[in-house]
Design a protein around this ligand. Structure first.
Ligand SMILES: Cc1ncc(COP(=O)(O)O)c(C=O)c1O
Length: 370
């Protein structure tokens, strides 16, 4: 395939003026996505109502996300955020006798917040080892009493990539459901929920999915969804709006009117990603990240622990004053995402190796001046 940045960079006005490397937080806005946001706005401004179009757009977004992860559209719920996706999933577990759940030390903090609020469950946290989560950790901590295992596909801070198929095999053997948080992977790492044997998976739209906040997706395997009765469910989760009947499939995990403006953005963004193909994006991002990790080491910077061996899609550089460094870089129009004691350089298909080198040079200069 043709070099991706060459082909698609002109779709992203911001990359003409800035070094945009914050896809793990908010990716650059593509022109088709910007147009979709404007379409929503203009339809209200000029037509007064746009309900039918908005419902159609919601279905387009559902179809595109299903395509991205190898699912059927009926297996996708549209929810406001990944946190809401987990809350809805948890609200469907009371049907099970088992009350033990596990999540990992590498999950985003929102996952622990959701579980802290669930006094009915006995919760265990799987510790990481040397910046990774080897399958043995799941083997030890998931028990026959575990009703749900929560796991991040990619660690939000260091970029560690979890082998989800291996975790799914263990959780299935122990009769635990598996919930995958794919917010840091969807859009740059291929996902195949059927091939991997995932029960539930969530991703929001503003990171590598090229959208804006306000919309997220929850995949629930069809047979499982039809057997569950989520307590977090309302009129968008009902069959034809009937009060008593749950909608078929994952739609029953929906509550109220979606943030349509975010859904318009998501439909346009997902269509672009599916057109390019996530496997092409993965090849490109992995290659430029491997090169940048090497370059960062040569410059005397310290890549985070997980960078070795797991082919991450970000370059995470240790820096105790990461937020301060990111502010200084922003003045030079280098946009990256600090988190705790790490500066994350998170490229997408529109980025080049030269941009990563430039950001690394700037970070090295800031650190050398301290
Ligand atoms: C891996 C991961 N999961 C969940 C979240 C929280 O997502 P939301 O704000 O949509 O609930 C984030 C946000 O950065 C994240 O990186």
């Amino acid at each position: 395939m043709e070099h991706l940045p060459q082909r698609y960079r002109q779709l992203f006005p911001t990359v003409q003026t800035h070094t945009m490397l914050a896809s793990c937080s908010q990716s650059a806005l593509a022109e088709p996505v910007s147009r979709a946001i404007k379409d929503y706005h203009d339809s209200l401004l000029h037509m007064g109502t746009n309900w039918n179009e908005a419902i159609e757009k919601t279905e387009s977004a559902r179809i595109e996300f299903a395509k991205l992860i190898g699912a059927e559209p009926d297996e996708i719920a549209i929810v406001p955020s990944v946190s809401d996706a987990l809350v809805s999933a948890v609200s469907s577990l009371s049907a099970f006798r088992k009350k033990h759940v596990v999540y990992t030390e590498m999950d985003f903090p929102a996952v622990s917040h959701v579980w802290q609020a669930q006094s009915d469950y006995n919760v265990s946290v799987i510790p990481s080892i040397d910046g990774g989560l080897p399958p043995e950790q799941y083997e030890t901590h998931i028990t026959d009493e575990t009703v749900l295992t929560c796991v991040p596909h990619v660690h939000y801070r260091d970029g560690f990539v979890q082998d989800i198929k291996a975790v799914a095999e263990i959780s299935k053997r122990k009769d635990s459901l598996l919930f995958v948080d794919a917010y840091q992977s969807a859009g740059h790492i291929p996902i195949d929920v059927k091939e991997w044997g995932v029960d539930m998976l969530a991703a929001g739209t503003r990171k590598y999915l090229l959208g804006i906040p306000g919309a997220a997706f929850l995949y629930v395997r069809k047979e499982l969804a039809d057997a569950l009765k989520p307590k977090a469910s309302a009129w968008f989760g009902r069959e034809n709006g009937l009060p008593a009947e749950y909608a078929k499939g994952a739609r029953r995990f929906q509550t109220g009117t979606p943030a349509f403006i975010s859904v318009y953005a998501a439909a346009a963004a997902l269509s672009l990603l599916n057109h390019i193909g996530v496997s092409h994006i993965r090849d490109h991002v992995k290659t430029i990240c491997a090169d940048a990790c090497q370059y960062a080491s040569e410059k005397g910077l310290q890549p985070a622990a997980a960078q070795a061996g797991c082919q991450p899609g970000m370059v995470a550089i240790r820096d105790e004053r990461a937020s301060e460094t990111a502010m200084l870089l922003r003045k030079k129009k280098v946009i990256c995402a600090p988190r705790d004691a790490v500066i994350r350089l998170a490229p997408h298909f529109y980025n080049t190796s030269e941009e990563l080198h430039h950001a690394i040079d700037e970070i090295a200069a800031v650190l050398a001046a301290r």
